[in-house]
Design a protein around this ligand. Structure first.
Ligand code: NI
Length: 186
């Protein structure tokens, strides 16, 4: 099942998401639906709050980036109850977009390296270190679980410059080729 994407301004995107219990009902279905929803909206990653579920889980498939970033080609993963336990390396700018902010793309500064601990779909525990594009995509998705959007990480000046566009999003003045849920619930 393809879910609609919740758009900027919706309160679910600002909540601190809750850990998932091991006996969470239909977790496999949720994960399959998250991948399906992500593929149908041409996203590289999708976090549960973006489909209106305040749960600590996100999915990533870097395949579309594979040509320019070979390390992303087989980077398909599910992150359950992840914890970023270390951020290091240089702070680097990179262009980001988000399915919850259709039409907005900005340079975002983030650490170039991280260490993350998480469970996969079979509840196997992982402790991994990423850098480059992997770190970028993971940090973006991880932010969603804490109610943080990439526009929060822009300079005050840059944020002011796109304020009009953000307001338009909350009012439904945007185009997206996937179904969306607006803040007013329309
Ligand atoms: Ni996003």
């Amino acid at each position: 099942m393809t879910y609609p994407i919740y758009v900027y301004g919706h309160p679910v995107l600002r909540k601190i998401a809750k850990d998932i219990e091991k006996d969470h009902p239909d977790l496999d279905t949720l994960i399959a639906d998250m991948f399906e929803t992500m593929y149908n909206s041409d996203g590289l990653g999708l976090a549960a709050p973006q489909i209106g579920k305040s749960l600590r889980i996100f999915v990533i498939d870097g395949e579309p980036l594979g040509e320019d970033h070979p390390e992303m080609k087989d980077f398909k993963k599910v992150y359950i109850n992840p914890r970023v336990v270390e951020r290091k390396g240089e702070i680097v700018p990179m262009n980001e977009g988000c399915l919850s902010l259709p039409g907005i793309h900005e340079e975002v500064d983030r650490e170039s390296e991280l260490r993350i601990q998480y469970y996969d779909q079979e509840w196997n525990y992982h402790d991994e270190v990423y850098n480059g594009y992997k770190a970028r995509v993971v940090l973006h998705e991880y932010d969603h679980l804490d109610g943080v959007l990439f526009t929060d990480r822009l300079s005050p000046l840059r944020r002011r410059l796109i304020k009009g566009k953000l307001n338009d999003l909350t009012r439904g003045k945007f185009t997206a080729d996937y179904r969306t849920v607006l803040p007013a619930g329309k």
